[in-house]
Design a protein around this ligand. Structure first.
Ligand code: 4AZ
Length: 269
């Protein structure tokens, strides 16, 4: 189920007594789900979105991920900036920041950069989840070495079977256990036909190949989860997707769905 991160946090305390995903808990979830700790120095384009005012200071206010695609340009998910998540329009969030160069949210490494402006895709459809992206302009620039190229339409990295890696500070068990440090998981890009079969349209969303790409493992186990939204799916040295939605986390037959970066390239250029 795709729910606003805020609500998941609120429910986290109750999760021990009332499992949110009883039958849905992946078998071998050690960490993102089924992943491994990642070094931020090796994926410097992965950033955290933060608002301590809204989400508290214990995890530096992290509530979503993002990816650096220009020295002062970060992509994230539109749903991260929705009123359902923020409780207000993004312009009203005074302390909205991007945290770069910090793997461990409890450390002071890297930098916190205020967001100067927010552009949410006006074609984002919160019913199907189509077009789930937003563009953040930073108040100051990051080094060129933090920038990752975007994969355009026709890039071979979109071919089914391609090995990709998803990065984030989200839920590592599917039960509301948000990571303190950056995690990554290897997932396989799936054919549109497989994604369409998994998501023909229900309350979670509808797979639309024009603006989405899906990835996972046939047996489940490795996936993005709540709190990873907006973060990057990387293959062959390029960002090909942004964490967007899916049914549960790490479930067989329910791959993670990502905003297709070539759709973003086409929309903003
Ligand atoms: C979410 O709610 C979410 N398993 C993100 C990714 C996935 C599911 C839900 C994919 O932000």
């Amino acid at each position: 189920m795709r729910r606003p991160f805020v609500r998941v946090l609120a429910l986290a305390a109750a999760a021990a007594a009332i499992p949110l995903v009883s039958s849905a808990t992946p078998a071998a979830a050690d960490v993102v789900i089924g992943g491994y700790p990642a070094e931020i120095s090796k994926s410097p384009w992965t950033v955290a979105l933060s608002s301590r005012d809204l989400f508290g200071g214990t995890r530096a206010g992290q509530f979503c991920g993002g990816v650096v695609v220009g020295r002062s340009t970060v992509l994230t998910a539109a749903h991260c900036l929705s009123e359902a998540v923020l409780g207000a329009p993004p312009e009203r969030i005074r302390d909205l920041k991007v945290i770069a160069g910090r793997g461990d949210l409890l450390s002071t490494a890297g930098q916190e950069i205020p967001v100067r402006s927010v552009w949410v895709n006006p074609d984002y459809d919160s019913y199907t989840n189509a077009g789930d992206f937003a563009v953040l302009t930073l108040a100051s620039s990051l080094p060129e070495s933090s920038v990752i190229p975007m994969a355009a339409a026709g890039d071979p990295a979109y071919q089914p079977g391609t090995e990709a890696v998803v990065y984030g500070w989200g839920d590592i068990t599917g039960a509301g256990d948000y990571a303190r440090s950056l995690h990554a998981a290897r997932v396989t890009v799936m054919a549109d036909a497989v994604c369409e079969e998994a998501y023909p349209g229900n309350t979670d969303g509808t797979y639309k190949s024009a603006s989405m790409v899906c990835a996972g493992e046939r047996a489940g186990g490795r996936d993005a989860c709540q709190g990873d939204s907006g973060g990057p799916l990387v293959a062959q040295g390029k960002v090909i997707g942004l964490v967007s939605w899916g049914t549960g986390c790490g479930l067989a037959g329910s791959p993670g769905v990502y905003t297709r970066v070539s759709y973003i390239v086409r929309t903003v250029s």
